[in-house]
Design a protein around this ligand. Structure first.
Ligand code: GDP
Length: 539
């Protein structure tokens, strides 16, 4: 192992330069897992596709980390996967599906430099895509679209483009264009190269191998035979329409998330995965600078810095420790180095830094800006915390609090357990798994809990019982929306709101409104001039 001093600045810069860190977002079943698996396949990180989901068959490194995990029952899902491809070092951040959907899913996007949005070609934009997309917009990161399942019956590609533009408010630029779909899917037309990449259904049915490419130019006479009368006529019409009507390709717009490059393919059969990867890796940026209390932090700055974006609690009550996931924002991390936990004001070594390579978790010696590492947390880190080198004290911009969508009134069964209940609920809220709200003037013996995904209610109940020995009574409430009141000069008690709307406060004392539906939100906005309601809170 090289020591820090022995690595030249150029070598460190080279490592950072080749990092690409992105999140994959989609509605469940659109094909996120399949596409991720194919990325790993192309990256050589897995030998045969089909092993990502089958946890039992997946290879596992017998590392210290795994031992600890086994002993203590900490479940670290494949939150991040790293692999090399064509000189790039790629970090894929997974955003969990609907059962596990939680605030973590949103926070994961805070650690990415770009997002890949997978859309099912027969369904178009779906609910979860919409939610995750909103968070990407907050960050102005590039968003790439992969329209999947072209080997099945699909919607008209022009309709799909229009839906993405109208529903998500982002312009689209198709990099390639599908020729037919379902049984008639013939391949895609590459708009830059002006040639066709042919889809061969039979050979690739199980999609376990990389696809062989056959490239045919648009004017080639073989094209007519290959596509048939109707599809070749449609292709030339489509190409003409696209060239005339679509937006110009502007890399600056892509970089700021205003224009999404769109690709068509079929992850299951591997088709379109390689062209996607190649173009995507060229267009997606190396680690981006991050805002902080001392201005933007340049990823190539030689001083190590990172921020905590996710904390995973241990479900085993015998061991209170947790894992803090941090995104490295600048420089190089070395496992022996001393770092400063800014919010805690302490200098320390990070314990058991680990990274996940495909299915293997490894204790790591070093990592670079762009990488994600997980470290043991004895309960000192909070979401949004900054880690820096000892003599450089600053704070990265905070991670927003996202609006929960499910609410319940929660109280302890045994009133004598009030203290434990308050302590447990507060600690779990600090980890960011749930949000706690109170009705103004009421005490903490009864709180309103808000969560992004309903699974968190079960986690709360389980943890309060197992870690704090408190049984709770939970009544689900019919509220669906919560909005922070941004105006500081408004008295929430004097607002004109419907009887279905409730005023609450978060633990920082901010006032919020709970709504059952959009109609009530509109009522509040219309009846209270100047009222500003926000879906995210940054304070
Ligand atoms: P996720 O929930 O977004 O991770 O979706 P998965 O990757 O698990 O895929 C959901 C289902 O769609 C699985 O049965 C996949 O085999 C299937 N699937 C994924 N990609 C394709 C594709 O390109 N074509 C077809 N026909 N099926 C696909």
């Amino acid at each position: 192992m090289l020591q820090v001093e022995e690595l030249s600045l150029a070598e460190i810069n080279h490592e950072i330069e080749r990092r690409r860190t992105f999140a994959i977002i989609s509605h469940p079943d659109a094909g996120k897992t399949t596409l991720t698996e194919k990325f790993l396949l192309y990256g050589g990180a897995i030998a045969l596709a089909g092993s990502v989901k089958g946890k039992k068959t997946a290879r596992h490194a017998v590392s210290d980390w795994m031992e600890i995990e086994k002993q203590r029952g900490i479940s670290v899902t494949s939150s991040v996967m790293q692999f090399n491809y064509e000189g790039f070092c790629i970090n894929i951040l997974d955003t969990p599906g609907h059962q596990d959907f939680s605030e973590d899913t949103y926070r994961t996007l805070m650690a990415a430099d770009s997002a890949v949005m997978v859309i099912d070609a027969s369904k178009g934009v779906e609910a979860q895509t919409r939610k995750l997309f909103k968070v990407c917009l907050l960050r102005d990161i590039p968003i790439f679209t992969f329209i999947n399942k072209m080997d099945r019956e699909a919607r008209d590609p022009f309709d799909l483009m229009e839906e993405i533009e109208n529903e998500l408010g982002i312009r689209t630029y198709p990099i390639n264009w599908p020729i037919g779909c379902g049984k008639e899917f013939k391949g895609v037309y590459d708009r830059h190269k002006r040639e066709i990449i042919k889809f061969e259904a039979g050979e690739l049915a199980n999609g376990q191998r990389a696809v062989a490419k056959e490239e045919i130019e648009l004017g080639d006479p073989r094209l007519h035979d290959m596509l048939g009368e109707r599809l070749s006529a449609q292709l030339s019409d489509d190409v003409e329409l696209l060239d005339g009507a679509s937006y110009d390709f502007d890399m600056e717009e892509v970089r700021h998330g205003k224009l999404s490059p769109v690709f068509f393919g079929s992850a299951l059969t591997n088709f379109g995965v390689e062209p996607f990867l190649e173009n995507f890796l060229q267009m997606t940026p190396p680690p981006l600078p991050r805002k902080s209390s001392v201005g933007e932090i340049d990823p190539f700055n030689k001083d190590f810095s990172a921020f905590v974006f996710k904390i995973q609690a241990n479900m085993n009550k015998a061991h209170r420790d947790r894992i803090a996931f941090m995104r490295i924002c600048s420089g190089r991390f070395d496992k022996n180095m001393e770092v400063l936990h800014v919010q805690g004001g302490k200098t320390m070594r990070l314990s058991q830094p680990q990274q996940i390579m495909a299915q293997d978790r490894e204790i790591i010696d070093e990592a670079y800006a762009g990488d994600i590492i997980g470290v043991f947390d004895p309960g000192i880190f909070s979401i949004g915390d900054t880690i820096s080198v000892p003599n450089k004290k600053f704070e990265f911009e905070g991670i927003p609090t996202f609006a929960p969508e499910h609410f319940a009134r929660v109280r302890q069964k045994d009133t004598l357990k009030r203290k434990q209940f308050v302590k447990g609920a507060t600690q779990i809220a600090q980890e960011g798994a749930i949000q706690i709200f109170q009705e103004p003037g009421k005490g903490m013996e009864e709180v309103i809990v808000g969560v992004v995904g309903t699974l968190q209610f079960d986690v709360l109940e389980y943890r309060l019982k197992n870690e704090y020995n408190v049984d709770i009574i939970m009544d689900r409430l019919s509220y669906q929306y919560i909005r922070w009141i941004e105006n500081e000069d408004i008295d929430p008690k004097k607002l004109s709101i419907t009887s279905d709307t409730k005023v609450v406060q978060d633990f920082r004392g901010n006032f919020l409104l709970l709504f059952t539906d959009n109609w009530n939100i509109n009522w509040a906005i219309e009846k209270n001039e100047g009222l500003r309601l926000a879906e995210f809170s940054r304070t």
